[in-house]
Write a protein that binds this ligand. Sequence first.
Ligand code: NAD
Length: 252
Amino acid sequence: MKRLEGKVAIVTGSDRGIGKGIAIALAKEGCKVVVNSHKKSKEGEDAVNEIKKLGSDAVLVVADVSKENDTRNMIKKTVDKFGKLDIIVNNAGILVSGTITDLTEKDWDRQLDVNLKGVFLCTKYAVQQMVKQGKGGRVINISSIAGLVGFPGISAYCAPKGGVTELTREVALDCAKYGITVNAIDPGVIMTDMTKDMLSDPATKKSFMENTPIGRVGQPEDIGNAAVFLALDESSFVTGHNLVVDGGWTAR
Ligand code: NAD
């Protein structure tokens, strides 16, 4: 028996990158998965097909996590399709660079909307559904080490990640009485579309590698494996925790 057989998960922002890595890792353990992106894409359909090839089931739901109606509908479509919701992984995120003096208000607002308000909205409607079901649940937020330590030039990215870290602790307290655990994963540098330009610059890559004692860049499956642990029944005593998966970056 696979370890997440019979469970249903939503992974936001899972048509590529870390979200896709998490969706695949959950599906390998038998979990049914709602793949999500804010836009219809071939990548999303490919992710669904990959999961089906693994012998699990999946569906693509297009929803912008920063829009309340979209998030409410995403939960409804999940329950219509799979009958319930056990796990939500709040992974969708964007990164817009800019120092504090040249960052625009529009870029600031958009990053706060997707990276922090999106976590609030998805969690709100997912937890309402889990409470109605009465069998506990799992909320897993993909934060970042940028929510723990500063990175120059990306303040509008770091600030909401710090917010997700704190929101995780607070919501864990609200949800404990329902048997719903709420945890975050704080990835270090992971090879995805978000980081590929930075990693293709030799000087930036060298600096990333010098800061990562384990000696390699992370892959989406590194975060997928951590998400599986937090999704398992066996992790039911772990809540309000930020699990750092960074190859040792913040241990230095
Ligand atoms: P990515 O750009 O490859 O993927 C982002 C995903 O989010 C895509 O699937 C995109 O469609 C989706 N998305 C964007 N806006 C959305 C919206 N409004 N509604 C729904 N979906 C939306 O990036 P990634 O590296 O895979 O990042 C995934 C998460 O991991 C983000 O929250 C990011 O901040 C976090 N993270 C990434 C790294 C890294 O090094 N790559 C490190 C730490 C944390």
